[in-house]
Design a protein around this ligand. Structure first.
Ligand SMILES: Nc1ncnc2c1ncn2[C@@H]1O[C@H](COP(=O)(O)OP(=O)(O)OP(=O)(O)O)[C@@H](O)[C@H]1O
Ligand SMILES: [Mg+2]
Length: 320
């Protein structure tokens, strides 16, 4: 049985087709759904967690259909939305206990056991009896995860689990997520953090306008590119590029190119900048990252780079 199985799963809101014929097979892994704002991530998660009914197609979680057996689906999943409220007037322990009650765990001894287990697994024991309002952002997020664990889900859905957290808290959250996977829970996570997805997700799907346009392990996806050249200049790029160099997008103020042999081609690329009278501040050749693949796949529409896009378009016209 596949933990998450969808067949042509689609959702439209009036005239917007938010999710378009999604076919997912996810099992015993951390699966990351990536995509720009509005690409359909939350809509997908909402359908998989029975909060939203599909317009067409189907989805099964742990073998149960989200439309015809929503109760059975809810029994085997947990969902931590992007902004979940913990009650800051309660302690961590009380928050989890409240959740366990909501999930219908009536037996006091059993509830206590599960609350302790959740506190333990999320490293919250020491502060369990402090008011939640004294918790750091990372601890609050761990508390939300702990709440989601009280009814022992087989599949856990996380929407942007590390948003707003500092580097150390992020790492800690991901380590906990990895441990949950090792304990047998399938994790479906949405994120905008490419580095984190590359490091911690077993597989990722890149969503663009409701369609998964790329899917696979991060290393498989990265193998589509051989080497990356980044160039920091005074803000423009040449209209004409050497053969075998492809414009990918803009990352952290640099222009990113892909090439089969970056080190060999770099001098001729810099020459094009010189010829165009563009000053190059720095250049670098490196291995591809998932972020490069993402940029290449979803494009740079979101970036404030009208200039670059114009140059890219000119180049495409010239190539054609
Ligand atoms: N309730 C709604 N009514 C109408 N349109 C909606 C509704 N919810 C989402 N949409 C539209 O559906 C598309 C997908 O939205 P969704 O929220 O699933 O994207 P997302 O990938 O989660 O974005 P973000 O990264 O910003 O969270 C967008 O075009 C959005 O405007
Ligand atoms: Mg969303």
């Amino acid at each position: 049985m596949t933990d998450i199985f969808t067949s042509k799963l689609s959702k439209s809101y009036e005239d917007v087709l938010a999710v378009d014929s999604l076919d997912l097979r996810i099992n015993g892994e951390i699966y990351g759904l990536l995509g720009p704002n509005g690409s359909g991530k939350t809509t997908t998660v909402s359908m998989l967690t029975t909060l939203l009914s599909p317009s067409s197609g189907s989805a099964q979680i742990c073998g149960h259909d989200v439309t015809t057996e929503p109760k059975a689906v809810r029994k085997c999943i947990s969902y931590v939305p992007q902004y979940m409220a913990v009650d800051i007037r309660l302690t961590g322990r009380e928050n989890i206990d409240f959740y366990a009650k909501l999930y219908g765990i009536r037996d006091k001894t059993e509830r206590k056991r599960r609350v302790n287990y959740a506190l333990d697994i999320m490293d919250l024991n020491e502060r369990a009896d402090d008011l939640t309002k004294t918790y750091s952002g990372g601890m609050q997020r761990r508390l939300e995860l702990a709440q989601a664990l009280t009814h022992q889900p087989k599949v856990l859905f996380l929407d942007e689990p590390t948003v707003g957290l500092d580097v150390i808290a992020r790492k800690m959250i991901w380590e906990h997520i990895s441990n949950l996977k090792k304990s047998g829970i399938t994790i479906f996570v949405t994120t905008h953090q490419m580095e984190e997805a590359e490091r911690y997700c077993d597989r990722v799907g890149i969503l663009k306008k409701g369609v998964v346009i790329k899917e696979g392990t991060p290393s498989y996806l990265k193998s589509a590119l051989k080497s990356i050249i980044t160039i920091k200049s005074d803000g423009k790029m040449p209209n004409i590029l050497p053969d075998n160099v492809d414009f990918i997008g803009n990352e952290n103020g640099s222009v990113v190119y892909a090439s089969d042999n970056g080190a060999d081609i770099l001098p001729s690329l810099i020459k094009k900048y010189d010829e165009a009278g563009i000053h190059v501040y720095s250049s670098m050749v490196r291995d591809p990252t998932l972020e490069d693949i993402y940029l290449m796949s979803v494009g740079t529409e979101a970036a404030d780079t009208e200039q670059f896009n114009r140059a890219q378009i000119r180049r495409i016209i010239m190539k054609g």
